[in-house]
Design a protein around this ligand. Structure first.
Ligand code: HH2
Length: 425
């Protein structure tokens, strides 16, 4: 693997390719090197055909190529790791030097993921959600690559006591598992697993209530492409599900999805570009970092404000500040569209204050920092990465800062906005 991943403000970078969550929707193109995948089984078993198809998807605008060698469709015959490697590795070996986008390996087996990373894959897509093979997190952490953790239950096992509670709990556990293995939390992408142990109605609900995943503070991937729920709704066979897929992808973009996993890259890239132009185009200008404290954005659709979050900690430059805790006060402004939440009176369409507080606390109560500048920037970057906001403003105050004369302390305020629109078209 020649290029490495970096955590950047609001996202990830792979070499000079940037994935800034919230700035646009990223497209993962599917390449199944299987004889039996439900929609394209047998078409790309030949490494040459697979290579051509992957290059064509990248050329059409795919941001990631996801290569799988074991079908997950109901009734598929399990593939031993040896056979999976035999199908995958020649294709990855040919493609890695020729592709300018990262290759993701679609497997739930750690040993297969490791072999694929050795050949040049740069990401793992684990339909086992980091639960099925306990060694998967170690592989992701050792190679320091992003991993998609997908929620799944065995096909047909659809009797949930609490559907959303289980999906969110499962994905939160995957994030925690990755973090405790040493993989940066920012490198976990969550996927609710459309079509994996869910009824058609539950699958539709995943799309309908996609913003509920935001509580996890991780980028979200959704894979609806050509799936049987679409066939059930439209009563159409697998080769006629393009429009149904398009509807789900457009709705997912409107609900803030970060990546979509699709077979039909040409139409879906056009679709997400169009939908992004409507949805992500900032309806207000992010406030200029050069003019902090200025008037609120003229055309803003909303600002969520948290004031005076209080923490007691030992940050500071002076030796005595390392030993004696002192208070820190944090104010947060989040530029966010609140109209959908207001129209429905539904928390899942907006940002949960408690989650914001939890994230701020993790930084303020985290490792020692000398400067409140560092704290303010860390909080701002973290909130921008975690939530679908256009901009954030963070003020960190130290009311008892040791100053030479009487004072009300010191504070630092930072602003962060999404990238300018010109850089994401
Ligand atoms: N769906 C499939 C396979 N891998 N990975 C993620 N993260 N999310 C998904 O929804 C998902 C996935 C099934 O689709 P496909 O690869 O086309 O079919 P098959 O498993 O039959 O090869």
């Amino acid at each position: 693997m020649s290029r490495s991943w970096q955590v950047i403000p609001g996202g990830l970078a792979w070499g000079d390719r940037r994935f800034v969550w919230g700035s646009r929707t990223y497209v993962m193109g599917i390449l199944n090197v299987t004889p039996d995948s439900f929609s394209d089984g047998g078409r790309y078993l030949d490494p040459g055909a697979a290579e051509e198809h992957a290059l064509a998807m990248a050329e059409a605008g795919a941001d990631v190529i996801d290569i799988g060698a074991e079908s997950t469709r109901p009734g598929a015959v399990p593939v031993p790791a040896d056979e999976e490697r035999r199908r995958l590795l020649p294709v990855i070996r040919r493609l890695a030097p020729r592709l300018d986008v990262p290759i993701s390996v679609d497997t739930y087996k750690a040993e297969v993921a490791r072999a694929a990373l050795e050949e040049g894959a740069a990401m793992i897509n684990d339909v086992g959600g980091l639960h099925r093979d306990p060694a998967m997190v170690q592989v992701a952490a050792a190679y320091r690559v992003p991993v998609v953790a997908m929620h799944a239950r065995p096909h047909g096992d659809t009797a949930y006591a609490d559907f959303w509670g289980e999906v969110l709990g499962f994905l939160q556990a995957a994030i925690d598992r990755a973090a405790s293995a040493g993989l940066p939390r920012e490198m976990v992408i969550v996927d609710p697993g459309f079509g994996f142990g869910k009824t058609p109605e539950q699958n539709l609900d995943l799309v309908r209530q996609l913003p509920r995943l935001r509580v996890l503070g991780a980028p979200v991937l959704l894979g609806t492409s050509r799936k049987s729920t679409i066939g059930r709704v439209l009563d159409l066979p697998v080769d006629q599900r393009l429009e149904g897929t398009a509807a789900t992808v457009a709705l997912a973009v409107a609900r803030g999805v970060d990546l979509v996993r699709v077979h039909d890259v040409v139409p879906m890239v056009r679709l997400v570009r169009m939908a992004d132009a409507v949805v992500r185009h900032p309806r207000w200008e992010a406030p200029s970092p050069l003019a902090p404290g200025g008037a609120p954005p003229a055309r803003g659709t909303g600002v969520i404000q948290l004031r005076g979050l209080r923490f007691v900690a030992c940050h500071g430059v002076l030796p005595e500040e390392h030993k004696s805790p002192q208070p820190f006060l944090v104010d947060v402004d989040l530029g966010v569209d609140v109209t959908a939440a207001a129209a429905r009176d539904d928390l899942s369409f907006t940002i949960d204050y408690a989650e914001v507080h939890r994230r701020v606390a993790r930084i303020l109560e985290g490792p020692h920092r000398r400067l409140i500048e560092t704290l303010a920037c860390a909080v701002a970057d973290d909130l921008l990465a975690a939530f679908p906001v256009g901009w954030v403003r963070v003020r960190v105050a130290k009311p008892e800062a040791p100053l030479p004369g009487p004072s009300q302390g010191a504070a630092v305020e930072v602003w962060r906005g999404r990238e300018p629109r010109s850089s994401w078209i």
